[in-house]
Design a binder for this molecule. Structure first.
Ligand code: HEM
Length: 118
C-alpha cells in the first residue's frame, strides 16, 4: 500500500511538471491530456492514502494532519495548473506549494509506515 501511495504521488508530481511545461510552451491540447491522467492519479493517491489510514490501529492528529496536507497538495496542483493556463499570478500558490511539500515529507516521513521512520 505504501509503495502504491509513493508511486502515485511521484508520478503525479512528474505529470504536474510535464503539464506545466506543455502549458508554458502553448501546447494546450497536450496539457489537457496530461491533466486528465493527473486526475486519475489523484484518485490513486486518495485511495492508497485512505487505504493506509484503514491500516492504522489508532489514528492520531499526525495522521489527520498528513492527510490534510496531502489533500492541500492536490488542491495546489489544480490551482497552479488552472492559473497558469489562464495566465494569472501563481506566486502565492508556489509559496504554499513549497511549504506543503516540506510538511508532507516531514509528516509522511515521521509516521510509522514510512521508509524513513527511524
Ligand atoms: C500529493 C499528495 C500526497 C503526498 C505527496 C503524500 C506523501 C506521502 C509520503 C511522503 C508518505 C511517507 C511515505 C514514506 O516515506 O514511506 C506518505 C504516507 C502516508 N500518506 Fe500520503 N501523501 C499524499 C496524499 C495523501 C492523502 C490524500 C492521504 C489520506 C487521505 C494520505 C495518507 C497517508 C498515510 C495514512 C500515510 C502512511 C503514514 C505512516 O503510517 O507511515 N496521503 N504520504
Amino acid at each position: 500500500m505504501i509503495h502504491g501511495h509513493i508511486t502515485a504521488w511521484i508520478l503525479a508530481l512528474i505529470l504536474f511538471v510535464v503539464a506545466l511545461f506543455l502549458l508554458k510552451g502553448g501546447k494546450e491540447k497536450g496539457a489537457k491530456v496530461v491533466k486528465m491522467i493527473l486526475r486519475v492519479l489523484y484518485i490513486a493517491i486518495l485511495a492508497t492514502g485512505v487505504g493506509l489510514l484503514f491500516m492504522v490501529y489508532k489514528i492520531d492528529v499526525w495522521y489527520v494532519l498528513k492527510a490534510v496536507v496531502g489533500l492541500w497538495i492536490i488542491g495546489l496542483f489544480e490551482m497552479i495548473l488552472s492559473r497558469v493556463a489562464n495566465k494569472r499570478r501563481t506566486s502565492v500558490f508556489w509559496i504554499q506549494f513549497v511549504v506543503a511539500w516540506v510538511l508532507v515529507l516531514y509528516l509522511g516521513g515521521r509516521l510509522p509506515m514510512s521508509f524513513l521512520h527511524p
